[in-house]
Design a protein around this ligand. Sequence first.
Ligand code: NOJ
Length: 738
Amino acid sequence: MPDAKPEDSHIKARAAELLAQMTVEEKAGQLTQYFAFPGADEQLAGVEAELRAGRAGSLLFVSEAAEIDRLQRIAVEETRLGIPLLFGYDVIHGFKTVMPVPLAMAASWDPEMAETAQAIAAKEARAIGLHWAFAPMVDICRDPRWGRMIEGAGEDPYLGSAMAAAQVRGFQGHYIGAPDRLIAGPKHFAGYGASLGGRDYDEADLSETELWNVHLPPFKAAIEAGAGNIMSAYMGLNGVPASGNRWLLTDILRDAWGFDGFVVTDAGAAADLETHHFAANKEDAAIRALEAGVDMEMAPPREGGSAFRTLPEALKAGRISEARLDEAVLRVLEAKLRMGLFEQPYVDAERAQRVLNAPEHREVARVAAERSVVLLKNAGDLLPLSRDVGSIAVLGPFADAARDMAGPWIFRQDDSETVTVLSGIRAAVGNDTRVDHSIGVSVPKRMHPSIFENPFSPPLPEITVDDDVEIERAVALATEANVAVLVLGEAQIMIGEHASRSTLNLPGRQQELLDRVLETGTPTVLLIMTGRPMDLKGAEPDAQMMIWYPGTSGGEAVANLLFGDAVPGGKMPYNWPRNIGQIPLPYAHLRSFKPEEEHMRYWNERNEPLYPFGFGLSYARFSYANLRLSSDRMAVGETLNVSVDVTNVSEIAADEVVQLYIHQRFGTSARPVRELKGFERVQIGAGQTRTVAFTLTPDQLRYWSAVVRDWVQDATEIDVFVGGSSDADLTARFKVTA
Ligand code: NOJ
């Protein structure tokens, strides 16, 4: 690993030198990434044959140091040119040490923390020999039916951009090839988060207004942060499959944004251009992906091999340009050179063990989990609980579910070192407090299995109980206890890729368990473990916290929050709908006919969400005052400063996420009622006041308008809102002059 950023000219010269020695087959090989599933011996033998023949440039899904080393030795020592392989992997929120899921990290509103968490994920993954994370996922999502919402930062482009850039910095460090870091691959370019009906893999149909203003900004932010790779999406965007979409992959990505890394398709998305009935056959698919701007095909095992295998033929027949082929190969070679693979291709297995077991990684995971939990309700200040509360009934199918704590996209964790909510509470209570546990109802199951059901490890033993009997036991424990803590939600296999749902109900018989426990009248804390809003059918627990999938140290974090050693400070990264029929319900919507009147939108439902974007409670209370603008007018192109005094009017030191929203009152296009344009998570001591300042720049006031089909900044009037949620009411106004 180079310990300083290598000279660009040096990298480019070495890549060109290599290219000059390559056959067309070897070039196509460098552009092909094969699946190498552990245990799939027959398939692996096929991949090894391709590798020896110089027809593989990269592998994914190998996640053991010794196996990476073995395969790398084949590439380096047994192929004609000895070009090392690039090993990619879904390092989404941790490798061995599991960090909270990305949506949870967004709920921390703490980009620095997300950066630190991903730096640790990168360090562990790099130590075992991986080079490249298929992350961060930066798709904006406004439809929680889409299971992949959990992989992103929620519904807002400003928060999404901050989290995208932070994660790229965390994965990659200051330059590609920095020690202990990976290449970051923001995905899925672009629009996947808007798949119709939240159905995974389905098409997206987005206006350019929506694309430029909402879906593209996090990609741009990730690229500006230096991301070395981009993954092109599966689905069709406005009728053109994203992985064959030249407008996206060349006009925007290269020409408008100047991206100079390499583009990989999502799994099989090049060959799938044929599945879309866009390309005529596999060769046509390969040609159109390449010509659109794809550099590398991620090729799952398929009959007849990869699509890019057909490129040598296509070149001979004059159906692709050699210049375009070479350009793609150079980008891949440059990535390998920048990562220092030619100097240090192999893995130090002993060091890897030490890195994977570093105790400080678990500590970061705990802090990250504490910072991402969102307190949604706390009637009568039930929380924090006293350690000497006497008796606690810890109930529910996810109270002691180590595997589920980790969430989706985790394959190399150590379940035995994961602290569950139950074990966290047990370790934290005082000697005189009794903790009883019942699972209440069986862990709910999917109706149809997931493609991710244990591809890497043997299935966990299924915990099934007689629900009728266990519910009664749980209710009896709740009745006897002084407090009930219920952990409900979705099993990790119910969310993520291939995990969209048509309802937001608690799966299985969890609602029944919830209702029955609430009937006991025992004060109840509901902890929701999932990555999307759940429809609780009006159930009203006294206190409610969104704990997401909090990772390896999650149980410790949750216990610290329950007993007040940590104070919740997370905020919702999406609007939480009252029921599924309201979807999509973005907070940043446009005004129209009678905007303020209730029941104008649905006669049976309110206009507002249950919990607004940006909302989250604390054990402390904050008051906002003295909203000040540096001026009541500014000219187009100038900046304006906004500041506000935030006072912690409680006895408890705590964090508050101070948020700044704007609304443009008139202009070339109509603009959303509110748009996030600044935030800062600050710690404020009991009784203390902090002044928080923001700068509004021309960049933040610009938007893409369908009227001029370009970016504009209007001469207009702008309302500013500042507070601890998107429904903040402290407001001021300024003029923007021409
Ligand atoms: C498909 C997913 O869409 C993508 O996010 C992931 O990185 C690849 N498979 C590889 O696992």
